[in-house]
Design a binder for this molecule. Structure first.
Ligand code: MN
Ligand code: MN
Length: 297
């Protein structure tokens, strides 16, 4: 166990004791934040999340799953890159064998530009894939500051892989007029944070899952989906967000169909560790819930 605050040297994710060959879950860190638009630092996210993962007990109270008995492998971080295009290529190459070997990837960013290659690596011909995209922002620009691989374009890049009917954005509360106009022709579905506050996360997720008829689901979690009261350690914080419990609910409900998850935009130097801690806990939540759903089959 460690306390929140000054943290030790980079380490592996807690309970990630398995070899790659034995693992059912594979972690990958992508310490890349060159497309950040407001304040940088998400490159430090993966290691901060790992460090804070040591805070938690291996045993999960709700499911009874013990993470020390779950085969998890931590691949470490990708190398640092010059530009987003190189990063994308490299993440895709890392992810392809993970899906091919029937394992569940857990990708820790990095800015949100690091997420689309995890979806793009999903094998063609595998069971159909839908994306639950949790974000304060729509990330729907076709290009931003001349870069189609900017973190402001990530939902759009994923949509190009899975199709406009197979992605739903949850928690949106900051969009440009151009994104809204653009989306009139594309028709990507989203449920705003305001609707979720009014009607509840259950109603929102029900609506989202009614649209995503795919066999498998992928969760892309931009940590700024969560209110800055809980997750201030991020590059573009936006008030009126989801609660940690809202996001936990989404993960829990999606778990039986979950093919992979990423947690992006944790920028650990903007708070005292709460955001890294929350991200680590949500990654662990995904693992225990997937294991629990497999056991109940
Ligand atoms: Mn984002
Ligand atoms: Mn965002």
């Amino acid at each position: 166990m460690s306390v929140v605050g000054p943290v030790p040297r980079p380490t592996t994710f807690a309970d990630a004791n398995a070899s790659y060959g034995d693992a059912e879950f594979v972690l990958l860190g992508v310490p890349f934040d060159r497309t950040t638009s407001f304040r940088p630092g998400a490159r430090f996210g993966p290691d901060a999340i790992r460090q804070h993962s040591w805070n938690f007990e291996s045993h999960d109270l709700e499911t009874g799953v013990d993470l020390s008995e779950v085969p998890i492998h931590d691949l470490g971080n990708t190398e640092e890159f010059g530009n987003a295009e190189e990063m994308v290529r490299s993440v895709r190459e890392e992810l392809r064998p993970i899906y091919r070997d029937g394992k569940v990837p857990i990708v820790l960013g990095g800015d949100h530009a690091c997420a689309p290659p995890s979806v793009e690596a999903y094998p063609d011909g595998a069971p159909s894939l839908g994306v639950l995209y949790l974000d304060a922002h729509l990330d729907f620009r076709s290009s931003y500051l001349g870069d189609p691989r900017s973190h402001a374009c990530s939902s759009r890049r994923m949509l190009e892989k899975v199709g406009p009917r197979n992605i739903v954005v949850l928690g949106v509360r900051s969009v440009s007029r151009e994104e809204i106009d653009d989306n009139k022709t594309v028709g990507m579905s989203y449920v705003s944070a305001h609707e979720i506050a009014k009607d509840g996360i259950q109603a929102a997720l029900h609506q989202a899952l009614n649209m995503l008829k795919t066999e498998r689901l992928y969760i892309s979690l931009d940590i700024d989906a969560i209110d800055p009261a809980y997750a201030a350690g991020t590059g573009t914080p936006e008030p009126f967000g989801l609660t940690p419990r809202d996001v936990k609910f989404v993960i829990d409900q999606a778990a039986p169909r979950l093919a992979g998850i990423d947690i992006m935009e944790v920028s650990p130097h903007y708070d005292q560790g709460a955001t890294s801690l929350l991200a680590a806990r949500l990654a662990r939540e995904a693992v225990v819930r997937i294991v629990a759903s497999r056991r109940s089959r």
